[in-house]
Design a protein around this ligand. Structure first.
Ligand SMILES: Cc1cc2nc3c(=O)[nH]c(=O)nc-3n(C[C@H](O)[C@H](O)[C@H](O)COP(=O)(O)OP(=O)(O)OC[C@H]3O[C@@H](n4cnc5c(N)ncnc54)[C@H](O)[C@@H]3O)c2cc1C
Length: 322
C-alpha cells in the first residue's frame, strides 16, 4: 500500500532562512491612500542601478508569506512553496522631495512604487493574484526581493524641448508618467507636459496634491483626473451629471484638448499610454481590433502612428499592465 506525504510549507525558521537568502531590499516608507492603493518606497541593499524615467523592475516575495484578507483563496502547488512570486512594477517618482523641491528619480536614494492591491482575479474563475495580497501585508522595515535589472522601452526618447507630451493612464499606470514628468520638468522642457489619468473615484489619485502644486509652479505642466464611479458619473439626477469619463470619448470629442488648453495634433504631440489594456486598445498581433475602440484605434484615426521607427512627434508608445 502506498502512502502519500503531505508537502509541508516552510516553518518559521526556514522562512527566515529563505528571506535572508532571497530578499535584498527594504521598505523604507509606506503611504496608504486607501485600503487598496499604496505608495511603497524601497531601498535596495546595494546601489540603485542607473535607469531611465518610465522603466520598470520586478519585485518579489516568497509564496510562504501571508496574504491580506479578504483576498481570493489560493492553493500553492508543492513545487512553489519555497519559491518567489515576482511581478513587474514601473518606477514612480515623488516629484517633490521632503523640502518640497522638484525631485526627479535620480535625485532620491530610493525607488518609489505606486501599487494597487488586487484581491481577486481579473476574470471569473481566474488564478488568484499572487503578489499584491502579500505585498500589502508588509510594513515599513520589512524586506523583499528587488531584481537587479531595471528595464523597459517605455521611455522618453526622441523628445525635442518644445514638443507636447500627452501621458494617458488608468489608475497606477500613472507611475511611469510621474517619473517622466519630473524628468522633463527637471530638464527644463518647454512644451506642454499633459497628464490625463482615469480612476473610479477621486480618492484613487494619490499624487493629486503633488500635481496641483506642480501646476502652480510650472505653467506648462497640467494633470487632469477623470472618474467613472463618482455620483456625477453614475447618478443621472445629480446636478453635475457628466456620465462615465472615458478618455477615448474625451479625446474624440475635442474636450481633452480643450481641458489641456492646447491642440493635440500628430504634428506636435507624443502620446504615451499606460495601464489597462482595454484603454490602450491592445490586441495580440494578428487579432481583430477590439469591439470597443481603445486609444490606439482612436489616435490612429486622428493621424498618430504606432510602429518600430525611432519615435518622433505623432508617435504612440504604450505599456500594458496585464
Ligand atoms: C511593465 C509592467 C509594469 C507594471 N507596473 C505596475 C505598477 O506600477 N503598479 C501596479 O499596481 N501594477 C503594475 N503592473 C502590474 C503588476 O505587475 C501585477 O500584475 C499587479 O500588481 C498584480 O499582481 P498580482 O500578482 O497580485 O496579480 P496578477 O496575477 O499579476 O494579476 C491579476 C489581475 O489583476 C489585474 N491587475 C493587474 N495589475 C493591475 C493594476 N495595476 N491595476 C488594476 N488591476 C490590475 C488584472 O486583471 C490581472 O489579470 C505592471 C505590469 C507590467 C507588465
Amino acid at each position: 500500500m502506498s502512502s502519500t506525504v503531505e508537502p509541508s510549507p516552510p516553518d518559521a525558521q526556514e522562512q527566515q532562512e529563505l528571506r535572508s537568502r532571497h530578499y535584498n531590499a527594504q521598505i523604507i516608507r509606506r503611504v496608504d491612500c486607501h485600503d487598496n492603493l499604496a505608495i511603497f518606497r524601497v531601498r535596495p541593499d546595494g546601489d540603485i542601478p542607473r535607469f531611465q524615467a518610465g522603466q520598470y523592475v520586478a519585485l518579489g516575495l516568497g509564496y510562504w508569506e501571508p496574504r491580506v484578507q479578504p483576498s481570493q483563496a489560493e492553493s500553492v502547488p508543492e513545487k512553489k512553496l519555497r519559491k518567489l512570486v515576482r511581478r513587474a512594477y514601473s518606477i514612480s517618482c515623488p516629484m517633490l522631495d521632503d523640502r518640497n523641491q522638484l525631485a526627479a528619480c535620480d535625485d532620491i536614494d530610493y525607488l518609489e512604487f505606486y501599487i494597487t492591491l488586487v484581491r481577486e482575479a481579473g476574470e471569473p474563475g481566474g488564478r488568484a493574484p499572487a503578489l499584491t495580497p502579500r505585498l500589502f501585508g508588509l510594513q515599513e522595515g520589512d524586506r523583499l526581493c528587488m531584481e537587479s535589472k531595471i528595464v523597459g522601452r517605455y521611455v522618453l526618447e526622441g523628445i525635442e524641448p518644445d514638443d507636447t507630451l500627452l501621458l494617458i493612464a488608468t489608475g497606477t499606470g500613472e507611475a511611469p508618467h510621474n517619473a517622466m514628468a519630473a524628468r522633463l520638468l527637471r530638464d527644463g522642457h518647454r512644451g506642454p507636459i499633459l497628464m490625463a489619468t482615469t480612476g473610479r473615484y477621486i480618492g484613487d489619485f494619490a499624487y493629486r496634491q503633488t500635481h496641483q502644486e506642480l501646476m502652480r509652479r510650472y505653467p506648462n505642466f497640467r494633470s487632469l483626473n477623470f472618474t467613472t464611479r463618482e455620483p456625477e458619473n453614475v447618478d443621472r439626477t445629480h446636478p453635475q451629471y457628466v456620465g462615465k469619463h472615458y478618455i477615448q470619448d474625451l479625446f474624440q470629442s475635442g474636450q481633452l484638448a480643450e481641458l489641456c488648453g492646447t491642440e493635440l495634433s500628430p504634428d506636435s504631440t507624443h502620446v504615451f499610454l499606460c495601464g489597462n489594456p482595454a484603454m490602450i486598445g491592445y490586441t495580440p498581433p494578428g487579432a481583430p481590433p477590439p469591439e470597443q475602440p481603445g486609444m490606439l484605434q482612436v489616435l490612429k484615426q486622428a493621424g498618430f502612428v504606432h510602429n518600430d521607427d525611432p519615435p518622433t512627434v505623432g508617435h504612440i508608445r504604450f505599456e500594458k499592465y496585464w
